[in-house]
Design a protein around this ligand. Structure first.
Ligand code: PRX
Length: 653
């Protein structure tokens, strides 16, 4: 996802907040400056005040931040609350009949769920979980389509202190199995299927396959009936959702848990090894989502807020299942693909449900842009007042299209930089105040101490000079660790600068106005359609195929996906004639799809007799990246052990 630096370096258009938006925005220049000042003067006091004001506590905290065991920070550690109470119960007094969720299935079925109904469903399912033996601290894996029950399941876990780990429904049985085992999950929640892209996604079948080879932590499977097709149910293990809640009470008292109690794990890719179970807290995490709903999304009581992310990603946690509910909002949830029945579906949904805030990924914007201006022009998009993007850098061309064709130049665009690990938006414009620039996520939010440093850890003050993106001070919604691997937490995020600050793994630069521009990852992590994938994961999947000896995977810039996966493969047998074997290429692509999930399928596979290595045996990845992007080779290849294979790698032989 390396941007075309030349084009963004020349990007100097500035878009002040549209006057109409600014005049209604809840945060104006004075308020924003006051927030920055308070955070600057007293970082802990700033967050303590917000935590007291914005969250409902069962037991208020007296200590804001414990840094004794840094970088294992603890926030609000003697406080107690319940996240589900904060997201639902506290709105019942004045919003019981307000719609919490507007749902539309891919096939057009719709549901409106009020806060009172949501409360009842969460309570019932929480009681069902308890009846199946789930207790506080147990891990529950959720492998569901994008339907309200996925949110109900997450909230029900939060209600009883169970720790959920949502696995994206597009991941394969193999990926699901690894995550169940790593978390030591006791119970799995899935569905008989989900509708996406005009197809039935067979979640239960994948779950069965995963469970065949899982360890013995997993005892029960709750299955939601979502489709009309039959699935096998294993006696004693599998139970229908409707049976799980049959006869239980509509009331389930929210369990008061410690502020630091883990709310969830979410697995994300790293440059090496297996995916990491990123662990988040209860209070600090919730505070991050609540504040950003207000600062970045300018959330108001009458908003219809639609974040298109699946609950399988962090965005679907913070800006679907938690943040918008914690502020008493109405969210839109759509089950399917943006292209069903045609590329107007998102805009049709915005029109039909009067969406006011629309938050999606650059990859979706680019794909929809490709289908032309005519498609969105068929729909009335006048309800939209704010647009957002997340997941990867947005190229100025896509930004301008979003601004002009979707936002009609009336709507600010909030380009939000953050990560699974940060829990909430970190760098993003406060839309009524901060002027935006196409392709920049603008400035850090109040209380978020971002910086760009050189390899010595010194802040870079020269405009446009690239460096490492770091966070200098702990923040409440930060990750609390990697599940079961303390050493990896330190090593991945902190050790580079002796635990002094958090290293995000991105490179960035600041322009002369102090605006941040994200330039790409510093490690071997791919960003495909806004989702992180480790090159190692794809390589491991490839070499697990009996025909493959060695594989190297790199990213190649892609107009729509941001980055496409490009694999170089060395076979056990002879290299195919002319480097082409379509049948094997298809087989390997599907194989990777089965091992990880469809998003990990390489776009291109090139066969070579060898991989380019230095004399010390290191694969020359930079060289492979250059070749994959079709650029001329400028690297010095004289140290190459086997220079002759360059032609094969370039597909010229
Ligand atoms: O490289 C950055 C990119 O996505 C990474 C985080 O990926 P993930 O944990 O999957 O979370 C994605 C959704 C929060 C970052 O390290 N990234 C995220 N947002 C942006 C971005 N790059 C540029 N601009 C953004 N707005």
């Amino acid at each position: 996802m390396t941007q075309n630096i030349d084009s963004v370096l020349q990007e100097n258009r500035l878009f002040p907040p549209p006057a109409d938006f600014a005049s209604h925005a809840s945060i104006d220049e004075t308020k924003l400056q006051a927030l920055y000042q308070q955070a600057e003067d007293d970082h802990e006091g700033f967050w303590a005040k917000l935590a007291h004001e914005e969250l409902s506590w069962n037991r208020p905290f007296s200590k804001t931040l414990n840094s004794d065991n840094a970088p294992h920070y603890r926030w609000f550690e003697d406080g107690e609350l319940n996240v589900s109470y904060n997201c639902v119960d506290r709105h019942l007094a004045d919003k019981a009949d307000k719609t919490a969720i507007i749902f539309e299935g891919e096939q057009g079925d719709t549901r409106h769920i009020t806060y009172a109904e949501l409360h009842r469903e969460i309570c019932r399912f929480a009681n069902g979980l308890k009846r199946e033996g789930v207790e506080c601290g147990d891990r529950v894996v959720i492998y569901m389509p994008m339907v309200p029950e996925a949110i109900i399941a997450m909230q029900a876990c939060a209600r009883i202190g169970a720790i959920h780990s949502v696995v994206f429904g597009g991941f394969s049985a193999e990926a699901l199995k690894d995550r169940i085992d790593d978390a030591g999950a006791k119970l799995l929640i899935t569905a008989d299927g989900g509708h996406r892209g005009g197809k039935l996604i067979e979640l239960k079948a994948a779950a069965d396959k995963a469970l065949d080879s899982c360890g013995d932590s997993l005892r029960k499977v709750i299955v939601l009936k979502r489709s009309a097709h039959d699935v096998a149910m294993k006696a004693g293990r599998d139970i229908w959702w409707s049976d799980a809640i049959a006869g239980v009470s509509d009331e389930c008292a929210p369990l008061s848990v410690n502020a630091e109690h883990p709310l969830f794990l979410l697995y994300t890719s790293g440059s090496t090894g297996k995916p990491k179970g990123i662990q988040h807290s209860s209070a600090g995490y919730l505070l991050g989502t609540v504040m950003t709903m207000k600062w970045v999304f300018d959330h108001r009581p009458d908003d219809i807020y639609w974040c298109t992310a699946d609950v399988g990603w962090i965005t679907g946690h913070s800006y679907v299942a938690y943040g918008p509910l914690a502020v008493g909002g109405t969210i839109m949830v759509y089950e399917g693909a943006p292209t069903v029945p045609d590329t107007g579906r998102f805009w049709k949904l915005c029109e039909a449900h009067k969406v006011t805030i629309f938050y999606t990924a650059p990859t979706a914007i680019r794909a929809l842009m490709k289908s032309g201006d005519e498609v969105p022009s068929r729909y009335d998009l006048s309800s939209i007042r704010l647009l957002g993007t997340v997941g990867e850098p947005i190229n100025p061309e896509a930004w301008m299209w979003y601004h002009e064709v979707i936002g009609k130049e009336r709507c600010p665009i909030v380009d939000t930089w953050w990560q699974t690990e940060t829990g909430a938006n970190m760098i993003a414009p406060v839309p009524g105040v901060i002027a935006t620039k196409p392709g920049s996520c603008t400035r850090p939010l109040p209380g978020m101490a971002l910086d760009v440093v050189d390899t010595e850890g010194n802040s870079i003050t020269t405009p446009d000079k690239g460096g490492l993106l770091v966070i200098r001070k702990p923040w409440p919604s930060m990750l609390r660790g990697i599940w079961g691997d303390k050493a990896r937490y330190i090593e991945t995020y902190w050790s580079m600068f002796n635990n002094r600050f958090y290293v995000a793994g991105d490179s960035a630069r600041r322009d002369r106005d102090g605006y941040y521009w994200i330039m790409g990852r510093i490690d071997d992590v791919l960003n495909v359609s806004g989702h992180r994938l480790g090159t190692m994961e794809v390589e491991s999947a490839l070499v697990a195929h009996p025909a493959v000896v060695e594989a190297a995977v790199v990213g190649r810039p892609d107009d729509i996906k941001g980055e496409a996966i490009f694999a170089y493969v060395v076979l056990k047998g002879a290299r195919p004639q002319g480097g082409v074997d379509e049948a094997l290429t298809n087989e390997l692509r599907n194989w990777v799809g089965e091992q990880i999930g469809a998003i990990a399928k390489p776009s291109e596979i090139r066969y070579a007799d060898n991989l380019p290595k230095t004399r010390s045996g290191k694969i020359m990845r930079r060289l492979l990246r250059t070749i994959a992007s079709g650029e001329a080779i400028t690297q010095d290849t004289s140290t190459l052990e086997n220079e002759a294979i360059l032609l094969q790698l370039q597909g010229k032989e």
